[in-house]
Design a protein around this ligand. Structure first.
Ligand SMILES: Nc1ncnc2c1ncn2[C@@H]1O[C@H](COP(=O)(O)OP(=O)(O)OP(=O)(O)O)[C@@H](O)[C@H]1O
Ligand SMILES: C[C@@](O)(CCOP(=O)(O)OP(=O)(O)O)CC(=O)O
Length: 385
C-alpha cells in the first residue's frame, strides 16, 4: 500500500484566461497571470492511496462518492502514468482518492484550480515523476496549471498544437512582494449558473470582442503586468488588474447569450473601490471578478484596516454575526469608518447581510506534501475517515 496527502492553493487571475483553442487538450487563446493564495485559509486537500488489494478505483469529493469515469481526472491520471518510470511497481494498482475543499466548491472561488493542482501533485508524488507538472494539471482545469506554483505565475499559452509548451512559469515568489494582501468579498457561495468551461466555449463561438482581446489587448497587458509585479508598482498593478477584469466581463456580456456573472452587489463593490481610490488620489485598492459575483481585492497591507472600515460601513454585516465567522482568515483590527471619509463621499449604505462573509488572506507557496499520518483523509482500507 502507498499513500500520499497534498494540500494545494487557489489562484486568482489578474489577467484572465477565457477561451480555448483546443477543448480536449485545454489550450488557451491567450496568456494569463495570477497570484497564488496562501493555503492557510483556502485550500484543497487530497489523499491518494494505491493498493494491490483494491478491487476498483474510487473517488470522494467533499465526502460524496464521485464517478471515477470523469474524462478530466482520467486525462490527468493517464498523463502522470505516461511520465512515470515503466519500472514503477504500483502502476497497475487501483486507487482510492479523497479530496476536500475548505471553501465552497464550484462557486467561482477557483475550486477546480486548487482541486486539480492538488490531485496532480499527489499523483506525481505517488508515481514519483519529476519535472514540470503544470501541463498535466492544465488537463484537469486550465487555471489549475497556475496553482502548481506559488507567488506570481504566468500561464504561457504556447504555440504547439500538441500543447507541450502550454505551461505555467513562476514570475516571482510570494516573498517578492510581502506587503500584498487579498480580500475576498463573498457575495454568493452558491453553485454558479453556467460553468467557466461552457461560458468560455460560447464566448469563443460568438463574441466578436474575444479575438481582439486575445490578439491586441492581452499581450500588451501581460507585458505591463509583468513589469508592475517586477517593480512592485502597485499603482500600475491595480490599474491593469481592474482594466483586465472589466475587459473580461465586457467580453462575457458580448457573448451570445450573454454570460452575466457580476450582480448589483458586485457593481456596488466596483463603485466603492473607485470612490475610495479617488479620495486617496491613487489606486490603493484593485478588484477583479472571476466567473461569479464574488469580488477579489488585491491591496497592500497598509490599506487593509481603513478599506475594511469602508466595506463594513457600506455593506453592514448581518446583526448578531460573529466577527471571526464573518471575517475569515488572518486577524484584522475592525475600525469604524472615519467621519471625514463618510462625509466627503456619500457612500450608499446597503441593507445588512449583502455580503455573506469576507476572507482576508495573502499570497503563498505552491502545493505541499503532508507526511503526518493524521493528515491522511483515508483509512488503511481506503475509505474516508
Ligand atoms: N478538490 C477537488 N478535487 C478534484 N476535483 C475538484 C476539486 N474541487 C473541485 N473540483 C472539480 O471542479 C469542479 C468545479 O469547477 P468549476 O470551474 O465549476 O468551479 P470553480 O473552480 O469553483 O469556479 P471558477 O473556476 O469559475 O473559479 C467540481 O465540480 C469538480 O469536478
Ligand atoms: C474566470 C477564470 O477563473 C476562468 C477559469 O476557467 P477554468 O480554469 O475553470 O476553466 P476550464 O479550463 O474549462 O476548467 C479566469 C482565470 O482563472 O484565469
Amino acid at each position: 500500500m502507498k499513500v500520499v496527502t497534498v494540500v494545494a492553493p487557489v489562484n486568482i487571475a489578474v489577467i484572465k484566461y477565457w477561451g480555448k483553442r483546443d477543448e480536449e487538450l485545454i489550450l488557451p487563446i491567450n496568456d494569463s497571470i495570477s497570484g497564488t493564495l496562501s493555503t492557510d485559509h483556502m485550500c484543497a486537500k487530497t489523499t491518494i492511496q494505491a493498493s494491490p488489494l483494491f478491487q476498483e478505483n474510487r473517488f470522494w469529493l467533499n465526502g460524496k462518492p464521485q464517478d471515477f469515469d470523469n474524462p478530466r481526472l482520467n486525462n490527468c491520471l493517464k498523463e502522470v502514468k505516461r511520465r512515470a518510470k515503466p519500472s514503477c511497481p504500483i502502476l497497475n494498482w487501483k486507487l482510492s482518492i479523497c479530496s476536500e475543499n475548505n471553501f465552497p466548491t464550484a462557486a467561482g472561488l477557483a475550486s477546480s484550480a486548487a482541486g486539480y493542482a492538488c490531485l496532480v501533485s499527489a499523483l506525481a508524488q505517488l508515481y514519483e515523476i519529476d519535472g514540470d507538472i503544470s501541463s498535466i494539471a492544465r488537463r484537469g482545469s486550465g487555471s489549475a496549471c497556475r496553482s502548481v506554483y506559488g507567488g506570481w505565475v504566468q500561464w504561457v499559452k504556447g504555440e504547439s498544437p500538441t500543447g507541450e509548451d502550454s505551461l505555467a512559469v513562476q514570475l516571482a515568489p510570494a516573498s517578492h512582494w510581502p506587503e500584498m494582501r487579498v480580500i475576498i468579498l463573498v457575495v454568493s457561495n452558491e453553485t454558479k449558473k453556467y460553468s467557466s468551461t461552457s461560458g468560455m466555449k460560447t464566448s469563443v463561438e460568438t463574441s466578436q470582442l474575444l479575438p481582439y482581446r486575445a490578439k491586441e489587448i492581452v499581450p500588451k497587458q501581460v507585458e505591463r503586468m509583468k513589469r508592475a509585479i517586477a517593480d512592485k508598482d502597485f499603482e500600475a498593478f491595480a490599474r491593469i488588474t481592474m482594466e483586465d477584469s472589466n475587459s473580461f466581463h465586457a467580453m462575457c456580456l458580448d457573448t451570445f447569450p450573454p454570460c452575466v456573472y457580476m450582480n448589483d452587489i458586485s457593481h456596488a463593490i466596483v463603485d466603492v473601490v473607485h470612490t475610495y481610490n479617488q479620495l486617496k488620489s491613487s489606486n490603493k485598492v484593485s478588484y477583479t471578478f472571476d466567473a461569479g459575483p464574488n469580488a477579489c481585492l488585491y491591496l497592500l497591507e497598509s490599506e487593509v484596516e481603513e478599506f475594511l472600515s469602508v466595506i463594513n460601513y457600506v455593506f453592514p454585516p448581518r446583526s448578531g454575526s460573529i466577527q471571526d465567522e464573518y471575517i475569515k482568515g488572518s486577524k484584522v483590527k475592525q475600525l469604524p469608518i472615519q467621519e471625514e471619509l463618510s462625509r466627503k463621499f456619500e457612500f450608499k449604505v446597503h441593507k445588512e447581510g449583502a455580503l455573506k462573509y469576507i476572507i482576508y488572506t495573502k499570497l503563498g507557496d505552491g502545493p505541499k506534501v503532508l507526511t503526518d499520518e493524521k493528515d491522511h483523509l483515508l483509512t488503511q482500507e481506503g475509505i474516508p475517515k
